[in-house]
Design a protein around this ligand. Structure first.
Ligand code: NAI
Length: 215
């Protein structure tokens, strides 16, 4: 349905639209104007119109947006109408937290397996998903269609495992290890670094404190 390239900035805003529209749907809201949506989301109505016009203008003059339609269409654009199989490498604090989070499944991300090197974790299940030893990875990936691998292992271990995952044909890495991964171009890496997000908060807090002392 898209005949033009959508900018990365718009794509990055879509999950937030999706979340708001999901909440509206849960509250049985059938339609919403760009003005109302803008007040809720604290972005300008013109930004909303511009963003959503990228997808062929789901809105109608004087009617607003059909919430369910827009939610479904944005879901399709984000690929959420499909299911993706995920493995988690590293069953420590973070890996187990991801595996315990049920909302990913609701969005179509199915955790198929968890891998670790620690023999004490072997065979333990987290919400029904078994922890395997890392030497079973190759066979597991060959026997199951895996779309995404989450990396929740120590940073120095991450590059080698990422390389192996790429060799096994995995095309999407959700990287939580605080290290840049150099992988073939056809492998996409999405880095998630909570510490960087905290640093942005700290920068803004510092700026606020400085402006308060200047007053
Ligand atoms: P953790 O020490 O609790 O867990 C790491 C797990 O990885 C352990 O179970 C260990 O046995 C396993 N492991 C080590 N080498 C492995 C290998 N080659 N293959 C498979 N498993 C292996 O650590 P935690 O707190 O869960 O953190 C994991 C990673 O995530 C670290 O790199 C940490 O810096 C990072 N992290 C990133 C965050 C983010 O915002 N991106 C937030 C918190 C942690």
């Amino acid at each position: 349905m898209q005949d033009k390239e959508i900018s990365l900035a718009v794509i990055q805003r879509l999950p937030r639209y999706y979340r708001y529209l999901g909440e509206l749907l849960e509250n049985d809201v059938v339609r919403i104007s760009s003005k109302e949506l803008s007040e809720r989301m604290k972005v300008t109505a013109s930004q909303i119109r511009q963003d959503l016009n990228n997808f062929g203008g789901f809105g109608q003059q004087g009617y607003g947006y059909n919430v369910e339609y827009l939610y479904t269409e944005i879901g399709k654009i984000l690929g959420l109408d499909k299911c993706y199989n995920v493995i988690i490498i590293g069953a420590g604090n973070l890996g187990q937290a991801l595996a315990n989070y049920t909302d990913f499944e609701r969005r179509g991300f199915i955790i198929k397996g968890i891998f670790d090197v620690n023999p004490r974790l072997e065979g333990i299940s987290i919400r029904g998903t078994e922890i395997h030893m890392i030497d079973e990875l190759e066979e597991f990936v060959k026997n199951n269609t895996i779309h995404i691998a989450a990396l929740t292992i120590p940073k120095l271990k991450a590059p080698a495992i990422a390389k192996e995952l790429a060799k096994l044909g995995i095309k999407a890495i959700w990287n939580f290890a605080p290290i840049d991964l150099n992988l073939p171009k056809d492998v996409m890496v999405e880095n998630v670094h909570l510490a960087e997000s905290l640093m942005r908060l700290s920068y803004n807090l510092k700026a606020l404190e400085e402006s308060n002392t200047e007053e």
